[in-house]
Design a protein around this ligand. Structure first.
Ligand code: ADP
Ligand code: MG
Ligand code: ZN
Length: 482
């Protein structure tokens, strides 16, 4: 029994700055309830919505990143329902019928399948730009038993993308990879900070051959996308195998118990009484806006990945960089300033990211990465042989992963500043070994390397550099002395 999965992903344009139709902030986190509000987002009579240019720009950039043509007109639609978190009793959204025009019809999303390293594609049905409703907060006992409900309108009116896919997705794991790819793309083009609490929610539809589809609502994390769908796939399979029927229904994902449960009846299309919002004339994207949107949309993870593999970095390592935006940014900046592409990839994409994971810190959070100058210093030390890579990897990277702000001099062991001088001193004080080497006993070189390391007296120096310096000088002696 093959599964078919289609997703509806709601993502806040957290980086829009303002709400969709007023000047209140798009990021309301940490604010006192009902302080990020005004007559427009409270739906007070007579208040007139005015579309935010930046929200429109970011929505068009998002559409364009998913291969949608920039529409000639955007028409907002009213969708009516009665709920306390929606003070106007309608949501301003988009709709492809009754004269509406969404920011995107069609389009597609690509995601990289780590394993085969192939790009897979899922078709999009549409992308709507709409208002997020307010937030309802229940007391003890939650929605079922609480004696009261409080409403916080700080979120009301925040620009929200509703991204709807075709039912092309073959498995719960593919569904998670797809959502990851959508969020990463929106992060790269500067539309969303997916790490903010509540920045995205997913409703997942799944059907098996021979059964109707079930919609699972309220999925709030990437892991839960996969878990909820895997649960539902097994539930439906068992039902069908036992000769039962899967009815079309809406279920709720209970992330604490890890199960889906039946939910209320949903309004039908007709009950929403859709019509174009008479307060909002169609938005006609001009040439400047369209160009700006396309420029933002060009900075996709795939483009950055191709740039990094183009520098000779293996795709596994390149993807490790790209899948954490701050890593990729730091990497490209370091390479631009002359860092060796492979060394920088190893340091940032493999070892530092590995340390962050070990420490349980999010590699996607820019606050967990050291400054560019620090990275350039470390790469420079390794390139000049001041410190062996293993010293940086073993002593420095773990400390920085705990505290990226710690100064390097507090972490680095004392280093030999002039290895050439010690090499010369050893060549003078060990004439016997030099003689041996020149007579063809190449093992004497190891003895000389050891003598230099001893003379360094516990200070750091790269043995590979010491070996190179010794060889240079010994070969010169051989050439000069005959
Ligand atoms: P609605 O009218 O309830 O919004 P849509 O037809 O617009 O329903 O589809 C909503 C979502 O359900 C889409 O993401 C779509 O891909 C998905 N979907 C539709 N048919 C199926 C199916 N047979 N199996 C799984 N998902 C489906
Ligand atoms: Mg919907
Ligand atoms: Zn407002």
């Amino acid at each position: 029994m093959k599964a078919r999965i289609g997703l509806e992903i709601h993502v806040q344009l957290t980086e829009a700055g303002s709400k969709l139709f007023c000047g209140c902030k798009s990021n309301y986190r940490g604010m006192e309830p009902n302080t990020n509000v005004c007559p427009v987002c409270l739906g007070l009579p007579g208040a007139i919505p005015v579309p935010s240019r930046r929200a429109i720009l970011l929505s068009l950039a998002s559409a364009s990143a998913f291969r949608c043509a920039i529409p000639t007109a955007i028409v907002f639609t009213r969708k009516h329902y009665f709920y306390p978190d929606l003070p106007k009793n309608y949501q301003i959204t988009q709709y492809e019928k009754v004269g509406g025009a969404p920011v995107c019809s069609g389009g597609e999303v690509e995601y990289l399948e780590p394993g085969s390293w192939e790009w897979r594609k899922v078709r999009l049905r549409r992308i709507n730009l709409e208002e997020d409703p307010g937030r309802t907060v229940y007391g003890e006992g939650g929605i079922l038993a609480s004696s009261h409900a409080l409403v916080d309108y700080n979120r009301s009116g925040v620009p929200l993308l509703e991204i709807v896919t075709e039912p092309d997705i073959p498995s719960p794991r593919d569904a998670r990879l797809l959502v990851e790819s959508i969020l990463l793309t929106l992060e790269y083009i500067g539309a969303v900070n997916p790490r903010l609490e509540g920045a995205f929610r997913v409703d997942a539809n799944i059907s098996l051959e021979g059964g109707d589809r079930v919609e699972v609502k309220n999925i709030g994390s990437l892991q839960d996308v996969e878990k909820a769908l895997a649960y539902e796939e097994v539930r439906q399979r068992r039902l069908l195998e036992a000769g039962g029927r899967v009815e079309r229904e809406t279920r709720h994902w209970d992330s604490i118990r890890g199960v889906t449960k039946p939910l209320r009846h949903k309004e039908t299309e007709e009950e929403y009484l859709y019509f174009p919002d008479p307060d909002l004339p169609p938005v006609i994207p001009g040439r400047r806006l369209a160009e700006e949107a396309r420029a933002l949309a060009s900075k996709t993870p795939r483009r950055v990945l191709e740039r990094i593999t183009g520098l000779g970095v293996k795709i596994e390592v390149a993807w490790s960089l790209v899948s954490s935006k701050p890593a990729a940014q730091l990497y490209l900046a370091a390479v631009e300033r002359g860092a060796d592409p492979w060394l920088a990839a190893r340091m940032l994409g493999i070892d530092y990211k590995g340390e962050l994971r070990e420490a349980g810190r999010d590699p996607g959070d820019p606050g967990n990465w050291p400054s560019l100058d620090k990275i350039l210093d470390l790469i420079g030390y390794v390139e000049r042989g001041v410190y062996p890579y293993d010293t940086v990897k073993g002593l420095v990277l773990p400390r920085l992963a705990m505290d990226p702000g710690v100064p390097l001099r507090e972490v680095l062991p004392e280093a030999v500043t002039d290895p050439g001088r010690i090499v010369d001193e050893v060549l003078t004080s060990e004439p016997g070994a030099v003689e041996d080497y020149l007579r063809g006993r190449t093992k004497a070189l190891n003895y000389l390397v050891g003598a230099v390391m001893k003379r360094a007296g516990g200070r750091a120096v790269d043995p590979r550099l010491v070996r190179r310096l010794l060889l240079e000088r010994l070969e010169k002696m051989r050439g000069g002395g005959g």
